[in-house]
Design a protein around this ligand. Structure first.
Ligand code: CDP
Length: 227
């Protein structure tokens, strides 16, 4: 009998390489990779476009009822693109306009309930790697492998700056540093599902690891967990 598929959760600070690792692990194991942050970013894009007042529960509720999110595998990227009401918004959700608002949107209990329900449905069949902030603590508290990723802040700032400056030459290191620090603070201090290391998570600090090294470490843990 082939081993039963498991759920792998990857939580951690902004820009510490969670998606890179999740994508590689999913590929090696033949699992589905879900980037939960992309869901919060797509919701944020909808709220920005429709000027939703975040302080109005009524407006937030109505907007959420108008949103349908989907994921479609993009072979070129080796990961799924997120779709907002049928539109591929993957190229739009990584920019600074969305990054500046996303942590505020993601702190809203109604938004979290909306996203978490869909995430849990996606994990029902197991065989999934999901990255985010609350995946091992709230979305899948019984996951068989939980990884908490971290790296020193300046390393994360430089990595994200390199990534963003490829499409936005006007971006500054200072703007990226400020955004990361603010998001990390909001994500870790919000009332609803704050970023926390699950008690049973394995910590992966990749400050001094390259993508291949972090992949090998995590794959070893995954093989131990899959029995
Ligand atoms: O890629 P990066 O680390 O910058 O962030 P992301 O994974 O795309 O997530 C963007 C934002 O969504 C985070 O800063 C959180 O505010 C929020 N988020 C969340 O609250 N819960 C999750 N499970 C995933 C993301």
């Amino acid at each position: 009998m082939p081993p039963s598929p498991i759920i792998i959760t990857l939580d951690g600070w902004s820009s510490c390489g969670k998606s890179t690792l999740a994508k590689a692990l999913a590929k090696a194991l033949g699992y589905v990779f879900v980037d939960s942050g992309a869901m919060y970013r797509a919701v944020t894009l909808y709220f920005l476009r429709n000027e939703v007042d975040l302080s109005s529960e009524k407006q937030v509720q109505k907007a959420l009822s108008e949103i349908e999110l989907g994921f479609v595998f993009n072979a070129g990227r080796g990961a799924s693109d997120v779709y907002l009401n049928g539109e591929n918004v993957e190229p739009l959700i990584r920019d600074m306009k969305v990054a500046e608002k996303v942590s505020k949107v993601a702190a809203l209990p109604l938004v979290r309930k909306f996203a978490v329900q869909q995430q849990q449905r996606m994990g029902a069949a197991k065989g999934i790697v999901m990255d985010g902030r609350d995946i091992g603590t709230v979305v899948f508290p019984n996951a068989q492998l939980k990884i908490f990723m971290t790296a020193d802040q300046e390393t994360r700032v430089k990595r994200r700056f390199m990534e963003l400056s490829a499409s936005d030459p006007a971006i500054t290191l200072e703007a990226v540093r400020e955004n990361l620090a603010r998001r990390d603070h909001m994500d870790a201090t919000r009332e609803e599902s704050p970023l926390r290391q699950a008690v049973d998570a394995r910590v992966l600090d990749n400050t001094h690891l390259n993508p291949q090294e972090q992949f090998e470490m995590a794959l070893g843990w995954a093989k131990e967990a899959i029995r």
